[in-house]
Design a binder for this molecule. Structure first.
Ligand SMILES: [Fe+2]
Length: 458
């Protein structure tokens, strides 16, 4: 088993790298905090197979110090450096600048360790993998055997078969398990990819059918919400695969068709916000609609740039909080005060504080991704580095990010209005004029106000 030293102080990237390096490359991972610790280890274990390190940790020139040690001692250890590296480091390392995806880093590590795809496939995998029980709400049959895990002792579990691959089951049975507190079923590990494809295909078919046969807009919204909730979870679990990409495209296409065909925007907005669906889905759908309307006013209906810009913001609304998808409550945090008032562990605090940046990195692997889409996602809370929640959005942001922020603030306010029991008579547009003070943001609010008025007049 190859031994790899990892020095990465960004917790999310550290976790992503360690999970994937150990599970995909089956290496022994040795985390170290800085160059001093890593060099200390190299003195005892000079035959380490690979070092992956941040270029600098705090004030320390981590990668430079390690590469100097390697050169001075004539060691033959490949190195991957993450960040803006000096020339000396570039001479001896594979360098990944900021915002590179973990997938590319793992691929590069595999290459440096001489691990081929074939040998990876031969390596031992765990027998069972957990899959969220919620997936089973969307289907009535499954492609593989399904197990429940029962604890027999502190480190001893028994897996009891619950469904055969040919069994039919009903939604109430699954709901009963959920009520009893069961979060995961287990499937044979080697079936995981097939399982994801099966669920995604079932949902794509269901979604397409629902969209073409839906008698009401409510039925359409329900289908889109289900597709959204399932695929965003799947993407977090297994990443972008042909099946998760197909389902994402189907949901995004459905959302775009839905708002393009709507004769009036307002009733549709209320149907989405009052539907039985997750907070994330509602905010995502309403943000897409409002952003599309805003852009129509700013760029002009039927202009070539309009469709492309609307598409970017629909993708942005889909993926902007992708790494918070497992927790609707974290997603509701949109200001520094709200973040500070929530009781949470440091890890969660970091996750929320950095989520715009992390989501923008995550989306790099999506085939429809583009630098503009990544920029909008990174800037979607108003800071150009994707960290925190500034009180006033940074004026250096791109125009599309500004439109996105106005649209998402509208969506959040609409949700808050519903939660308050529709008691506050204040129009959301007035709130937006109060929330934004700079001329560039006010101009976007004015465009939105104008388009909503026109809509009303239709
Ligand atoms: Fe966000």
């Amino acid at each position: 088993m190859a031994q790899v030293i990892l020095i990465e102080d960004n917790e999310t990237l550290h976790n992503l790298l360690s999970v994937n390096l150990t599970s995909l490359l089956n290496v022994e991972l040795i985390p170290r905090d800085n160059a001093t610790e890593a060099i200390g280890l190299l003195k005892i274990l000079p035959k380490i197979d690979l070092i992956i390190t941040r270029v600098s940790v705090g004030d320390e020139d981590t990668a430079l110090q390690i590469s100097q040690y390697i050169l001075e001692n004539g060691l033959d250890i490949p190195m991957i450096a993450l960040g803006d590296a000096p020339e000396k480091v570039k001479e001896v390392s594979v360098v990944f600048e900021e915002f590179k995806s973990w997938r590319k880093i793992v691929e590069s590590a595999a290459k440096l360790l001489g691990i081929s795809k074939e040998s990876l496939e031969r390596q031992i995998q765990p027998d069972y993998s957990p899959v969220s029980i919620k997936y089973f709400l969307s289907v009535d049959t499954i492609c593989c055997e399904v197990f429940i895990r029962i604890k027999k002792g502190p480190d001893n579990y028994q897996f009891v078969k619950r469904f055969h691959s040919t069994d039919k089951f009903s939604r109430p049975i699954i709901e009963k398990y959920i009520t009893q507190g069961l979060d995961y079923f287990y499937i044979p590990h080697n079936e995981k990819e097939r399982f994801a494809t099966f669920i995604s295909n079932a949902l794509v078919m269901k979604l397409d059918k629902a969209m073409s046969h839906a008698k009401t807009e409510e039925e359409q919204i329900e289908a889109m919400a289900e597709g959204y909730d399932v695929v965003t979870r799947q993407i977090l679990e297994i990443g972008f695969t042909p099946s998760t990409i197909q389902l994402t495209e189907s949901v995004i296409d459905a959302i775009q068709t839905n708002y393009s065909n709507a004769k009036e925007v307002s009733p549709l907005l209320y149907k989405v916000i009052n539907s039985k669906s997750s907070y994330m889905y509602q905010i995502s759908h309403v943000t897409s609609m409002i952003a599309a309307e805003c852009l129509k006013e700013i760029l002009g209906d039927g202009t070539p740039k309009l469709k492309e810009s609307q598409k970017i913001l629909t993708y942005a609304a889909f993926f902007n909080d992708i790494n918070l998808v497992e927790n609707d409550e974290l997603c509701k945090i949109a200001s520094y005060e709200a973040l500070e008032s929530e009781e949470m562990e440091e890890k969660e605090w970091d996750q929320v504080f950095n989520h715009a940046l992390e989501s923008s990195i995550f989306i790099e692997d999506y085939p429809e991704s583009s630098p503009t889409l990544q920029q909008v996602i990174r800037e979607h809370h108003g800071s150009i580095n994707g960290k925190g929640f500034p009180t006033s959005p940074d004026s250096r942001m791109c125009e599309l990010s500004k439109v996105f922020i106005v649209a998402e603030t509208f969506a959040r306010e609409m949700f808050r209005y519903k939660e308050s029991g529709n008691k506050e008579p204040r129009p959301i547009i007035s709130y937006l004029y109060e929330a934004f003070s700079t001329p560039d943001m006010i101009a976007i609010v004015t465009a939105l106000e104008s388009t909503l008025k026109k809509n009303k007049g239709k």
